[in-house]
Ligand binder design. Structure first.
Ligand SMILES: NC(=O)c1ccc[n+]([C@@H]2O[C@H](COP(=O)([O-])OP(=O)(O)OC[C@H]3O[C@@H](n4cnc5c(N)ncnc54)[C@H](OP(=O)(O)O)[C@@H]3O)[C@@H](O)[C@H]2O)c1
Length: 328
């Protein structure tokens, strides 16, 4: 038998063996060919029937799944029944993160100090009330530059929400820049009393009422690490808060609490107006994510996560909330 027609699909050795005794190879060839043809026919039949009879999806079941997903995203009440204190909650980052904690179900004490911010604080409280999700707000006006303010804030919180506190966010802060030759001891007190002493005294006042697993979150700044000129006091105060955070994490960890710091980069707020524009521009050039200024919401979500059960194994950390401008 002549098998030359098989030459294009067989190697010379295989062709020689077929020419010697072609039967086994021909049989194998026919079996493989037959199976492939069968597979092709089955696939074609499946393809045609699935076109004619598409899988029926129950539209109601689909809608219910979508609704469930949307609801769970909108009202993931991860902080339900938690009591939180947020200092500096009348505006800027503090107002945004108080609202974010409430969105997740927390009852929040809103602390502010200036008379002109009363309406702003009321607005934050009204926004929280409008959530209608079991969260609540109470407002305390207190000057954190004074040593008795923390106790007043804690007592007001206990009175409003019951005997325990779960979350303390030391957010209130002040910033001004000044050449070192013009810096006074009074300037030191003006910055350190609010940015460092107040978080320390707030923590001291809260700890006896802190329900495990408690969360303490301190607002630092990228300024603590990048050496902004003429800001020795502000940068020093934020470096201090980071050191304090690590020490307190060790001290309070045994009771099941975590203590962390969040260090925002340039973030939309009134405080940003006091940062030199060229400094902000320089930061944006190397801000990895979208080369933009941070939004309050960007920072608020990090704080809300740290306050949640999901962050239980994170303590003593400073998290850079700067879109990758400062990589720690
Ligand atoms: N925005 C940024 O780009 C940026 C960047 C890095 C870090 N941070 C840090 O983030 C935190 C919030 O900053 P922000 O930009 O939101 O500030 P902000 O817009 O200036 O708001 C400051 C808040 O702190 C309150 N506050 C100031 N002094 C107080 C005092 N003695 N007693 C009680 N409350 C006082 C203010 O209350 P009144 O309304 O009553 O004055 C206000 O609610 C600060 O710790 C800041 O250092 C901000």
């Amino acid at each position: 038998m002549a098998f030359e027609w098989l030459a294009p699909i067989l190697t010379p050795t295989a062709l020689r063996s077929v020419q010697a005794d072609g039967r086994p190879v021909i049989t194998l060839f026919l079996v493989i060919f037959g199976l492939s043809l069968f597979g092709l026919v089955c696939w074609y039949i499946h393809f045609e029937t699935s076109k004619a009879y598409p899988k029926k999806v129950d539209p109601n079941a689909k809608k219910a799944t979508e609704a469930h997903l949307m609801t769970s995203q909108a009202t993931a009440l991860t902080l339900q029944d938690k009591v939180a204190i947020v200092t500096g909650a009348s505006r800027g980052i503090g107002a945004g993160l108080a609202l974010e904690l409430a969105r997740r179900g927390a009852k929040v004490t809103l602390v502010y100090t200036s008379q002109k911010s009363s309406e702003l604080a009321e607005k934050v409280a009204a926004d929280i009330k409008a959530l209608n999700n079991g969260s609540a707000a109470t407002i305390v006006q207190a000057d954190l530059a004074t040593v008795d303010a923390p106790e007043k804030i804690v007592q007001a919180t206990l009175k409003a929400f019951g005997g325990k506190i779960d979350i303390l966010v030391n957010n209130a802060g002040v910033l001004f820049g000044r050449p070192i030759t013009e810096t006074t001891a009074e300037d030191y007190a003006n910055i350190f009393d609010v940015n460092v002493r107040a978080p320390l005294l707030m923590t001291r006042a809260v700890v006896p009422h802190l329900r495990a697993p408690g969360r303490i979150i301190n607002l630092s700044s990228v300024g603590a690490r990048i050496g902004p000129p003429q800001m020795a006091l502000y940068a020093g105060s934020k470096a201090a808060i980071e050191g304090m955070t690590r020490s307190l994490a060790q001290e309070l960890g045994g009771a099941g609490h975590t203590v962390n710091a969040v260090a925002p980069g340039a973030t939309e707020s009134e405080m940003l107006d006091d940062v030199p524009k060229d400094m902000v521009e320089a930061q944006l050039k190397i801000t990895a994510v979208e080369r933009r200024v941070g939004k309050v919401d960007d920072v608020a979500r990090i704080v809300a996560w740290l306050a949640s059960e999901d962050a239980k194994w994170v303590s003593g950390q400073t998290i850079s909330a700067s879109g990758g401008f400062l990589m720690l």
